[in-house]
Design a protein around this ligand. Structure first.
Ligand code: R5P
Length: 296
């Protein structure tokens, strides 16, 4: 049976789809896409998806709501024809609203994933904010953690290195990476005011003096978390600061702020639009590796 990769409607999705199709030796299909004068999206598939396993790659980048609608339109276009309808969302927007923080709020990621499960029977994503949220997608799914793969590509050869996660909730990421690099790991004690958004971080246990530190996180948004962590680490005598992150949004001048605060390198996957000074690692081959068991 044929595997067809359909590239989504933005350049980020196109790049990953091309790389994924290449890694899977699958056919690549680029939808015809336009926006009507009233702002509605239109998609049409110029390829025959009958009796095929079809993988739609759509990174839910800004404008997120449009990216989501287009993923649904593509899902509807393949629904009754393809044998398998697989959705790959390299960046899964709305995953940080995974519970009700303030009375009256929705669980946004639940709403999005329930909708996707109407159109797709398998979902793969790169490092969702909390893996548990995938239960809202009513079919099978995988969360692909890219940290070991990223470290392989970066090839750290430094012996005096340690890994830190910005909070205890993210400690698993630091554990995975430190076990691959065979080094120490720790976490910051971090609290965020849900109304003002202000973050405070307590010093961690690890002695960072003279060490090179890798901060690992799922996402950099405004950069506030990594900025605070870097300032604390620098005050405590850390040598170089590297950041490994799945999704580098880097909003509001965050890139400049982080590099001028002492961050040496930011490594991110290519799930979001690119910034000048970030080093990107293509997730196409990693997604292919994780999908191959499902496709065979
Ligand atoms: C929080 O739980 C996340 O893992 C990130 O640490 C956070 O979303 C980063 O946001 P910002 O870059 O705005 O501090």
């Amino acid at each position: 049976m044929k595997n067809i990769v359909i590239s989504g409607t933005n350049s980020v999705s196109e790049e990953i789809a091309k790389s994924l199709a290449n890694s899977l030796s699958a056919e690549l299909c680029k939808p015809i896409y336009k926006v009507f004068p009233d702002g509605e999206s239109y998609v049409r598939l110029p390829c025959n998806v009958n009796d095929s396993k079809v993988i739609v790659v759509q990174s839910l980048i800004n404008p997120q709501d449009k990216s989501i609608i287009e993923a649904i339109l593509l899902g509807d276009a393949i629904k009754e024809k393809a044998v398998d309808q697989i959705l790959v969302t390299p960046y899964l927007a709305y995953s940080r609203q995974d519970k009700i923080f303030l009375e009256g709020e929705p669980i946004s990621i639940r709403a999005i994933l329930k909708m996707f499960s109407e159109y797709y029977n398998f979902l793969a994503t790169i490092e969702i904010h909390k893996e548990d949220s995938l239960k809202f997608f009513n079919k099978n799914s995988i969360n692909i953690r890219p940290y070991t793969y990223m470290a392989e590509k970066i090839n750290f050869d430094n012996k005096n290195i340690a890994v830190l996660s910005p909070d205890i909730g993210a400690i698993e990421r630091a554990k995975i990476l430190s076990s691959y690099l065979n080094c120490e790991y720790d976490y910051f004690i971090k609290t965020r005011d849900r109304i003002t958004g202000e973050v405070t971080m307590q010093p961690k246990q690890l002695d960072v003096k003279g060490k090179d530190i890798i901060i690992v996180d799922d996402i950099i948004s405004t950069g506030g978390t990594i900025l605070k962590a870097t300032q604390i680490l620098k005050n405590q005598g850390a040598r170089n600061i590297y950041v490994i992150v799945s999704h580098a949004l880097l909003l509001e001048n965050a890139e400049e702020k982080l590099f001028s605060s002492g961050v040496n390198k930011i490594y991110a996957t290519n799930t979001l639009p690119k910034k000048n000074k970030v080093d990107y690692i293509d997730v196409g081959p990693l997604i292919a590796k994780n999908l191959s068991a499902y496709l065979n």
